[in-house]
Design a protein around this ligand. Structure first.
Ligand code: SAH
Length: 375
């Protein structure tokens, strides 16, 4: 039977205050609990020694700090770590820690699989089986911090770029980012907590009302004709509407929200200099950085990574046009932890996973026949 006790990892500070008000109306009690759980990583109420015995007993009766279960861990030769964690209903999602010159970036998942089915992303091929809870999202950060504590480090940056579309799990993701940015919890600055979206336009307007979190847009194409094919959501929210929402989000000069355009480069698809030119023109009045991601392959994807030369040419063009343009180096490829390679274990509710697996098998069959023909 599921545990009926409240998972305190589900509650941002205001929720915690409301929860404990039932027995104790002093907010500093809540603050003490949060510091124990997030700063000292003490999840056992009995170890929270500055709380009264009666209060600890009440907490234990009604609540707990419940973490998702880690079922596997993979270590890449480049220091990247991938965890497979079990979330509701026995499904699993993946979390990736990318250490890089003193920074520890954690890529967290927000849904089991994804509904959007972008053609070049393997998560989409797994189909979909629901949203993660706030506790399951922040639990990923907590678990990474626990590992990093061994070397006296913490997660310095969080990107919601793992499995799922964060803005289709709006409330849970918002509460999770509040905890990431709250000094009583993870205390990461708003510039270092990034929600990445394929472009759920109404949700971007909602976000602008309630938070300052950094935003990344998976753009990938400078025209609707091309983007329709790569990101099916574009047919609902085309580029013009998306960029209007982006301009609204970054607001006037007074507001210092950060915006990044992500552009996965695929050979012969969107990596030509003409695409770079169109992109530069398109973004002329949007205050943003550009992040280029050379395509990461997965079985039967139908796409290829461009040659390093054409990646460089693309980047150089944008930089010469005055865009801060980063090239995301591929990390954790040997453990299938790179962007777009996260699959978890999704008990698919759609028929997409079955169709994809059939395609992979057909592809493998083809390779086998050609090899057989050769011998
Ligand atoms: N749904 C969200 C977050 C998950 S994807 C979004 O779309 O933004 C995180 C980033 O990885 C996105 O920019 C996505 O487009 C990119 N990505 C997906 N598949 C990829 C692949 N095979 N190679 C490189 N980048 C990929």
């Amino acid at each position: 039977m599921a545990d009926a006790r409240t998972n305190l990892f589900d509650l941002p500070r205001t929720g915690m205050e409301a929860f404990t008000r039932a027995v104790d109306d002093k907010p500093y009690r809540t603050h003490q609990i949060m510091k124990w759980a997030y700063h000292q990583r003490q999840l056992d109420f009995d170890g929270m020694t500055n709380l009264s015995k009666a209060f600890r007993a009440w907490l234990g009766e009604h609540s707990e700090f419940r973490l998702p279960e880690v079922v596997a861990r993979y270590d890449s030769v480049d220091g990247t770590v991938k965890w497979v964690v079990r979330v509701g209903n026995g499904n699993c999602v993946e979390t990736v820690l990318i250490p890089d010159r003193g920074r520890n970036t954690l890529c967290v998942s927000s849904q089991v699989g994804c509904m959007l089915d972008c053609t070049f992303c393997s998560t989409g091929k797994q189909g979909f089986n629901g949203n993660l809870t706030t506790g399951e999202i922040v639990g990923q950060v907590w678990l990474a911090n626990q590992m990093l504590a061994e070397r006296d480090e913490t997660v310095s940056n969080v990107v919601l770029m793992g499995m799922g579309e964060p803005l289709l799990n709006f409330d849970a993701v918002l509460a999770a980012t509040e905890l990431m940015m709250d000094d009583l919890a993870f205390g990461i600055s708003k510039r270092r907590v990034t929600i990445s979206t394929a472009g759920v336009v109404p949700a971007i307007y909602e976000l602008a009302k309630v938070t300052d979190v950094s935003l990344a847009i998976s753009l990938h194409a400078p025209t609707n004709e091309l983007r329709d094919r790569l990101v099916p959501l574009n047919r609902k929210y085309p580029i013009e509407a998306l960029l209007d929402a982006c301009r609204h989000y970054v607001g006037g000069l007074g507001e210092r929200r950060s915006l990044t355009m992500e552009y996965t480069l695929m050979k012969g698809v969107n990596d030509d200099l003409s695409h770079a030119r169109a992109l530069a023109a398109l973004l002329a009045d949007v205050r943003c950085k550009i992040n280029l991601i050379p395509f990461n392959p997965f079985p039967a994807s139908g796409f290829e990574r461009p040659e390093p030369d054409s990646v460089r040419r693309f980047q150089t063009y944008l930089m010469n046009q005055g865009y801060a343009t980063m090239l995301r180096t591929t990390r954790g490829e040997d453990i299938a932890a790179a962007c777009g390679q996260l699959v978890g274990e999704v008990q698919d509710r759609t028929r997409r996973q079955a169709r994809y697996l059939a395609r992979v098998r057909a592809d493998e069959g083809e390779t086998r026949t050609t090899t057989e023909e050769m011998v």
